[in-house]
Design a protein around this ligand. Sequence first.
Ligand code: GLU
Length: 467
Amino acid sequence: MTIRTRFAPSPTGFLHIGGARTALFSWAYARRHGGRFVLRIEDTDLERSTQASVQAILDAMRWLGIDWDEGPEFQMQRLARYKQIADQLIAAGHAYPCWATKEELDAMREQQRARGAKPRYDGRWRPERARAAGLVPPNDRPPVVRFRTPEAGEVGWSDLVKGPIAFPNAELDDLVILRADGVPTYNFGVVVDDLDMNITHVIRGDDHVNNTPRQIHIFRALDARLPEFAHVPMILGADGERLSKRHGAVSVMQYRDDGFVPEAMVNYLARLGWSHGDNEVFSAQQLIEWFDLGHVSHSAAQFDPGKLTWLNQHYIKASGDVRLAALVGPQLRALGAQFDRGPTLEPVVALLKDRATTINHLAEAAMLFYGEHAPSAALVSEHLTETVLPALRMLKARLAECSWDRPAISAAVKQVLAANGLKMPQLAMPLRVLLTGRTQTPSIDATLELLGRETVLARLSHHLDID
Ligand code: GLU
């Protein structure tokens, strides 16, 4: 049997952390077992579904590297199929048309509430009851189609994450499966699609546990084999509340824009509710090798932005300089970097990457070489003191002649320190200020080397060669 999983987002917003985690687990499971991963867009909520959301979801999946083998399939392109299956269910006595109006349904619920009962559809258009009550189908409006839910007994399944789950059928009423406009409801569309797409494992958030009994009834009415179900626990914020916008960025692409790299995101998402021994840092490839549903946690996962940042720092450090330069470049441009005046980007990111927690921080740090460098007058007068002036002049002369690499620059600096009886910070701080306008830079020899001899001498001249 080929394992087939799917991710079935509703395109009503961005791909959020929870959705991305569901997609990742479904994908990893299919990849782990040499199966197929299907992408299905559940766009039946006509008011809230947008093309922009579809695009945002696809972009986010591509960014994360979650590739799909089939689809995207769109439910709104399959209306004829849902109608066909609904008709089949009606013909077999598993479903029936219902003409109850909104006013009737409201009144029904009102009466139920008044006598302390749970509001539910009372089955009045079940054909035998409608006949007995003398209800005649009106011909001025189309009906919805309702599923005839068994009234007695219970329905259950053995969830691959949560274990055995059962619901009494008495808790379920005859749900609408097809609306009057021919659009399926979620529970019906999902079953028809999971069947047609031969889905073997339904992996999704546990907010759908309550829908599963209804879906199982429909599968059974269609004489279909049930897929396995795996309901993954939800994600909570640090305060124990369900993860939401209040907890900061919840859209995956917001993390990209904030300077997170996809490997960090994938690694982090994989650990949200799943574990593999003590492994905290692993690649997508390792996730595929290790992923199993048996180690999905039974309790809610907690979102920990600090851990995500820690992973991001790890992956930035481990990234090749060419790739990092490609990621940092656009951010630098957005910050107004003047590349023509600065060094090439690769050695700059190589120097700075060990301390960067995000690509954006890396870009800000790199502006040292591409941004405004003129120090304020106050900084100059604070640091360019009589004591240090002769040493700076001597250094400038040495720098004009020495070979231009870190050891030679470092040797020149040390000679000047010795000759003038100064300690490193006494010379390094004024140098930083004069050359970069900042009081914090990486080591002075590395900074000078990257700025380049021409720039260093020109900036020193500007401050030292007055008269
Ligand atoms: N469209 C549903 C959602 O986004 C899919 C649920 C499912 O996977 O069955 O929650």
